[in-house]
Write a protein that binds this ligand. Structure first.
Ligand code: KG4
Ligand code: ZN
Length: 352
């Protein structure tokens, strides 16, 4: 089955063609047009600018995905599109475009949840992966552990009660003066920090909520790191946003990353034991973090869990992952029609 997929939930306009069959999962094309440069000027995504940029890009991005796959709309069996969660104006651009395309070409339309899409990147990584499995999705908007009972049914067993891990990475990066989004730059700084023995330079609170749940809370950690940065700037007379010394930058990045990784893996370990998890997927933009990948890999190895982590190109937002999930939605008969709407949150979209 050939699926044309469209993703526009945040600041990436993406389209892809994936070929999915029993025993065959192939990305025929995957085009991602990033708006990062535009939003970097403002230190974060500006929703109105994002919607306008999607409108400008979407037609060209979809055409390129078809051209690179050496296909026309005639070859496509179904159209998949992200409809939730995300920025409502951004989502609406993709949903409206997909509806128009489906109507004009008489193709079936499938609405895909973005988080389910992140997990579905794992199907494209490991052709043998089948549900049930557990999915740890760590992104700019989510930090959640799901029991994926079948490819279309996700039950959240733990999640963040406030900020997501990616938000914390970006906010700390911004206060340190790193370009938006700060995640990848923080990753590199932390690597230097660990190499120079600065992983314990600062002691920050754990994002693992101290109770029997599998929940996280990143806002306390984020605030503690930001307060630490302000205190150091005052002590060194650097002004409100003065450049921190390199050893301090490395120490903050490494100590913060250690708190994130230790907190995330602490809950994960307990979930693996208590929920008897045998197959695990780690996905989402923050799954690109080298330290988180390494830590989850070692937890999985130690606890005898089979782990799938998509390559970096399939961790950040892309449309191939949406196409992979769309395939399973088609198999389940979950088709949309011209009434398909976009929803900012999982709750509004009736996630499960
Ligand atoms: O999944 P994603 O592309 O978009 C959402 O669905 O939110 O995730 C984006 C997030 C951003 O917060 C970005 O800073 C973070 O993923 N990110 C990273 C890394 N690469 C991207 N965070 C930590 N380390 C990285 N290497
Ligand atoms: Zn995402």
């Amino acid at each position: 089955m050939l699926i044309l997929a469209i993703e526009s939930s945040c600041d990436e306009t993406a389209a892809a063609v994936v070929e999915m069959e029993q025993g065959l999962r192939r990305i025929r094309s995957s085009v991602v047009a990033s708006q990062v440069d535009v939003h970097a000027l403002y230190g974060g995504v500006v929703p109105e600018i994002a919607s306008r940029a999607h409108i400008e890009a979407i037609s060209g991005v979809v055409s390129r995905a078809l051209t690179e796959a050496e296909m026309t709309m005639e070859d496509i069996d179904a159209i998949g599109v992200t409809y939730a969660p995300g920025l409502i104006g951004s989502l609406l651009v993709g949903v409206s475009f997909a509806k128009g395309l489906a109507f004009a070409h008489g193709k079936p339309l499938v609405g895909v949840n973005h988080i389910k899409g992140h997990a579905a990147a794992a199907y494209l990584t490991d052709e043998t992966l089948e549900a049930p499995f557990c999915a740890l999705i760590v992104s700019g908007g989510h930090t959640s552990l799901y029991d994926v009972t079948c490819p279309t049914s996700f039950v959240e067993i733990g999640g963040t009660r406030d900020d997501a891990a990616g938000e914390a990475f970006d906010k700390v990066g911004r206060v340190m003066g790193l370009p938006y989004p700060g995640g990848a730059a923080m990753d590199r700084l932390a690597t230097a920090g660990f190499a120079n023995g600065r992983g314990e330079m600062f002691r920050f609170p754990s994002p693992a909520v101290h109770d029997e749940s599998y929940d996280y809370s990143f806002s306390g950690l984020k605030t503690a790191v930001i307060n630490q940065i302000h205190t150091i700037r005052q002590r060194l007379n650097l002004g409100d946003d003065g450049e921190l010394p390199e050893d301090i930058r490395e120490g903050i990045a490494a100590s913060f990353t250690r708190a994130v990784v230790d907190g995330v893996t602490a809950k994960l370990r307990r979930a693996i034991t208590e929920k008897k998890i045998r197959r695990l997927v780690l996905a989402g933009g923050v799954a690109a973090n080298s330290h988180l990948r390494a830590a989850v890999e070692s937890v999985a190895k130690e606890m005898g869990v089979t782990l799938t982590v998509p390559p970096l190109s399939l961790c950040g937002d892309n449309a191939a992952m949406i196409g992979a999930q769309a395939y399973f939605e088609v198999l389940a008969g979950n088709f949309a029609d011209e009434s398909l709407n976009a929803y900012a949150s999982d709750e509004e979209a009736a996630f499960v």
